[in-house]
Design a protein around this ligand. Structure first.
Ligand code: ADP
Ligand code: MG
Length: 364
């Protein structure tokens, strides 16, 4: 799939701008703090319904304005789409696809698929489990809205359970009927979540191992590390395990086991990447995982996602840069950079120079 044009009104430091993209490589360059990442952010929002970096939509509205308007034209092998979004200062958000209002955010992800690469991807290997869960969740929910629904329902029930655990500890209770009701819901949603995650990790392991091997000849392995030791993946086994932990969870006044504790175990040539990997190996692994995420979307949907590369070229050594360049040659990619030296340019490459919230130069 590819995007053909993006219009921004009162978005971040843009007052009014329309950008027409090449279906291949687009290089967005300029000094720091001019508005390069803001463009990628705008595209990303149409895929995920929210920014990859803002805490609230309000941050996205241009200082001093009451609302922001964005629109995006994109195309897959089946049809053309126009998406429009309005962000209001009071927090309301209005999204339309082909002039029809979208009521559920999980619907939005079905249309446009993007994968964002940024220097923070290193967190996938070095960071906390939550970075890895976010990677799983954003990959799977882009393709399966039902996964996102399960995830939302699971976290609602988990929030209720945690509130109850606090009350129970204060009362000095040892067990509670209502706790079992929440555990039943958590087990039912947990079973579905584990299924999706297991399937995803298998594919991402295969894809990223092949990529890592091509870049560096190293053996990358990614496996699923469940956040509980239930006797099986079915809801009855999960329920039984959650119930067994009632006493301990009341004592600690918070849920200790469940898919909210899931993680990925990442090894390079057999040793744990987080602990033993060099900075270079960790970077390569993170890059392999992100390219694998794009391959996964392509595998499931038969559409290659749009790649957003935010300031990553200068972080990569020549090997990794060359691998990435050949991998993206026939795909649509938006690359931001302070200079254009490190980016391979072809006849299909379009360059945009950004200054202070405007495109000041555009060339093929
Ligand atoms: N809501 C906003 N209104 C106006 N300007 C904003 C807003 N949010 C961010 N900016 C400005 O956008 C610029 C940063 O844009 P960004 O795309 O992150 O820069 P870069 O070109 O370095 O990627 C800064 O100058 C910042 O002040
Ligand atoms: Mg930036």
């Amino acid at each position: 799939m590819y995007i053909s044009s993006l219009s921004l009104a009162n978005f971040r430091n843009y007052t009014s701008e329309k950008i027409e993209f090449s279906p291949y490589t687009n290089v967005i360059y300029g000094d720091n703090a001019q508005g390069k990442t803001n463009i990628l952010e705008a595209v990303y929002i149409f895929s995920q319904g929210r920014s990859h970096r803002a805490k609230s939509d309000k941050e996205l509205i241009k200082f001093g304005e009451d609302f922001s308007r964005l629109s995006l034209d994109f195309h897959d092998s089946e049809r053309d789409y126009t998406a429009a979004m309005q962000l209001m200062k009071n927090g309301r958000k209005n999204i339309k696809i082909n002039h029809v209002q979208i009521t559920k955010l999980s619907k939005l992800m079905n249309y446009l698929n993007v994968v964002m690469f940024s220097p923070e991807d290193l967190e996938l290997v070095k960071g906390s489990p939550s970075a890895r869960r976010k990677f799983i969740d954003s990959s799977v929910s882009q393709l399966y809205p039902r996964y996102l629904t399960s995830l939302i329902d699971y976290h609602k029930a988990l929030g209720q359970k945690n509130s109850l655990l606090k009350v129970l500890r204060a009362k000095g209770a040892k067990s509670d009927m209502m706790l079992s009701v929440w555990n039943e819901q958590l087990a039912a949603e947990g079973e579905k979540i584990i299924k999706y995650r297991t399937d995803f990790v298998k594919l991402i392991n295969d894809f990223s191992a092949a990529i890592q091997n091509e870049i560096s000849g190293e053996k990358l392995q990614i496996s699923y590390m469940p956040g509980m030791r239930a006797s099986g993946d079915d809801k009855d086994s999960i329920y039984e395990y959650l119930e067994k932990n009632q006493r301990r969870e009341i004592d600690l006044a918070s849920a200790q086991v469940g898919v909210q504790r899931d993680d990925l175990h990442i090894t390079i040539n057999g040793s744990e990447a987080k602990i033993y990997g060099s900075q270079g190996q960790q970077r390569t692994s993170a890059l392999s995982m992100k390219i694998a995420q794009a391959d996964y979307i392509h595998h499931i949907k038969s559409e290659y996602p749009i790649l957003l590369l935010d300031d990553i070229m200068s972080e990569l050594d020549i090997n990794r840069r060359m691998y990435l360049s050949q991998k993206i040659r026939d795909k649509q990619v938006l690359i931001t950079s302070t200079d254009t030296d490190l980016i391979e340019s072809t006849d299909n490459t379009k360059l945009f120079k950004i200054k202070n919230g405007s495109v000041v130069r555009e060339e093929n």
